[in-house]
Design a protein around this ligand. Sequence first.
Ligand code: BG6
Length: 507
Amino acid sequence: MAGDTGRSGSVYGGVAEPCTVVLFGASGDLAKRKVIPAMYDLATHNALGSRYAIVGFARTPMSEESFRTTLGEAAKTISEVGPIDPKQWDNFASNLFYCQGDYANQEAYAQLAKRLAELESSKNLGGNRLFYLSTPPEVYPDIVEQLGRAGLNRPASPRSWMRMIIEKPFGRDLASAKDLNQIVLNVLDERQVYRIDHYLAKDTVQNLLVLRFGNGIFEPLWNRNYVDHVQITASETLGVERRGGFYETAGALRDMIQSHVLQLTSLVAVEPPASFDATAVRNEKLKVLQSIRPFNLEMVAQSVVRGQYAPGKFGDKPALGYREEPGVNPASKTETFVSGKLLIDNWRWAGVPFYIRTGKRLAKRSTEIMIQFRRAPHIVFRERDIEPNRLVLNIQPDEGISVSFGAKRPGTEMSIGNVTMNFSYREGFGEATRSAYATLVNDCLRGDATLFDRGDTVEAAWSLVDPILDVWSAARSATVPQYPAGSWGPRESDLLLERDGRRWYNP
Ligand code: BG6
């Protein structure tokens, strides 16, 4: 299917006001792989304008020159925004600066404040400041408190703004998320806080709202009268790679379900917001999370499955099992796979199960939402076994939408076959490399929080996940089912649907 490729203006919609971005954790992996390439992409699309500075702050001692070189080398090899143009990079890098310091050291923040004032004056940046927390989450409280102590939580002048982006994970359970919210809101106003869930900035995720609320044909069907069930899959082929140490403290439930998968769920289920602004959209999403039936012991046993990838083969190469990965306890019970059944107790979705699953080392990398519709109420054809209609939203990697339905096979017999109508983003709108991180930073610089998490929604998501974590940690002697690399998870996950007379729709 073809699309209208015409775009108005820059892909990033407007030029940011002059500003300084302070990147905490600037020597870390996320900064190198995602944040700096995203900033470079914004700069080269003229979304940052000509007056900006990016100040890296981290513990690692490093000169400004080697900071620039290290980031340049990293961007060349791991940039997700496409090839780096050396000339454009040099231009961008001349706006990169570095401050070394310990996150808990008050003196380091006094130095930082001094540096910011100097840069703002020499580069005529005005006083707009964005503080980006891309450090390990343990140091978030130190950074926030120290910024407050140094007076950096307040805008530099009456006409400027101060905002803060906080990376996920935001807490590791409900209590710690509440504590962190409290610490942050002691020094900042909620309107200054931008909590990241990068899935929300993927074009195809945003398109969910356009599909539902920008078209007349889908919404009338989008409810319990027509939808049989929904499946949401976020599968990865990679294992935990070099993040074994971190992953041991997280697991798939915390790492993917609490954030990305519940975000996707709330966008599929959300009621039409009164307008497309941050408050209206986020209010509606919060209601969805609050309507999901809370898990109790029995529901966890019946409706939640966990698993761990076993040693095996991936393609023709041997693959390590999770417990053999570097940094992982050989007797670990941390789950690398979760599937579950959610029930949303509201008028629209009563009785419609939402089956969700995520995992590492699965058969295919794919994030997909499948809406399965109820069968026709009465089939008049001799052939009764017609596949149900499905609407599949492919979030990544083959971004697109497909609808399947029954059609008459050519020939004299009345025989019915299942056909699929496909829309592919690439074919419809052409290739567009745009990182979710660039979208998010750009939105934050323009003061638009629609695609960020609010404190109450993060807490609502933790409230759902907490009872599952509690049941699992109480069941110390329980074994975690193993699944072979390259499969769709443990057998228990199939049974979850088979018990309801359904099966997983594998991408
Ligand atoms: C991150 C998780 O939030 O999302 C990772 O911490 C996961 O474990 C990643 O691999 C997946 O993101 P994407 O954009 O590659 O689907």
